[in-house]
Ligand binder design. Structure first.
Ligand SMILES: [Zn+2]
Length: 266
């Protein structure tokens, strides 16, 4: 089987490869967010999928998460690198910073968030949702590139598509979460159910609804997100180009064993 790396582009990140081959894939859960582009980075087979569609016409709560992950599996992908616009809930997570998520908290609702809802029941551990090896590789690359980054971060995932009220944002900050996003759940969880390595890279675009006690920090607008994220896109593309050659050689992490002991159906 092809050992291909899958890349999911978040808001602002709609293309990656030069002259790719595009494939339409239909899964039992329907079509993925868009056509999937196939190509190579440094000789490594990769696939690229824009999470919200190339025209950004799919809101976070309607992203076909299961179809996206299943399509990647059908393409022989076992490692995923995903970028995400995030709002900051802490003053030291500054706009333009990169964040390597190590935990998520799900506050979404109504999303199809498991592959085990038919004839087989499985309780997959989500204690460590993100691949530790891919996070280490990304941290080394970010360090070499001299990009400001955080080697860990808890992301709270809200349903969207609206942003938070000030009270919600104050509550999330008070709970100790670092950043906020609308798409890490169930994407990361579904990848883990498939035993895939998943790296979630957050790019801080704003301070959510502002930060308490700092009137200089204003609430987020979609325009501000696009402005800051646009500046960070070229950095994100370079980062992915740097990560892919090393990421294709991972052998140590435990992600692929996620189903061992998890299936309870006889
Ligand atoms: Zn892994």
């Amino acid at each position: 089987m092809v050992n291909r790396i899958g890349i999911i582009g978040g808001s602002g990140f709609y293309s990656l490869l030069d002259s790719p081959e595009s494939v339409n894939i239909e899964t039992k859960y329907g079509n993925p967010s868009d056509k999937i582009s196939l190509g190579k980075i440094s000789g490594v087979d990769v696939a690229f999928l824009p999470r919200h569609g190339t025209k950004h016409n799919i809101p976070p709560h309607k992203v076909p998460y299961r179809a996206n992950i299943l399509a990647f599996e059908e393409l022989g992908i076992s490692r995923i690198i995903a970028t995400n616009a995030v709002g900051s809930l802490k003053s030291n997570y500054m706009p333009g910073d990169f964040v390597l998520f190590d935990q998520f908290v799900n506050m979404t609702n109504g999303r199809h968030d498991t592959f085990f809802d038919e004839d087989k029941v499985a309780h997959v551990s989500m204690a460590e949702p993100y691949c530790s090896d891919l996070r280490t590789i990304a941290a080394v690359a970010l360090s070499n590139m001299k990009i400001r980054y955080h080697e860990s971060g808890s992301v709270i995932v809200i349903n969207g598509p609206r942003f938070s009220s000030k009270a919600e944002s104050r509550f999330f900050s008070s709970q100790g979460f670092d950043v906020i996003n609308m798409t890490q759940y169930p994407e990361a969880a579904l990848a883990r159910e498939k035993g895939m390595c998943y790296l979630g890279i957050g790019i801080v675009t704003d301070y959510d609804a502002g930060l308490e006690g700092n009137p200089q920090i204003k609430a987020v607008t979609a325009e501000e997100v696009n402005r800051v994220f646009g500046k960070s896109i070229s950095e994100a593309k370079s980062l992915i180009n740097n990560i892919v050659p090393t990421a294709s050689k991972i052998v140590n992490c435990n992600c692929k064993n996620s189903l061992i002991g998890a299936v309870v159906t006889k």
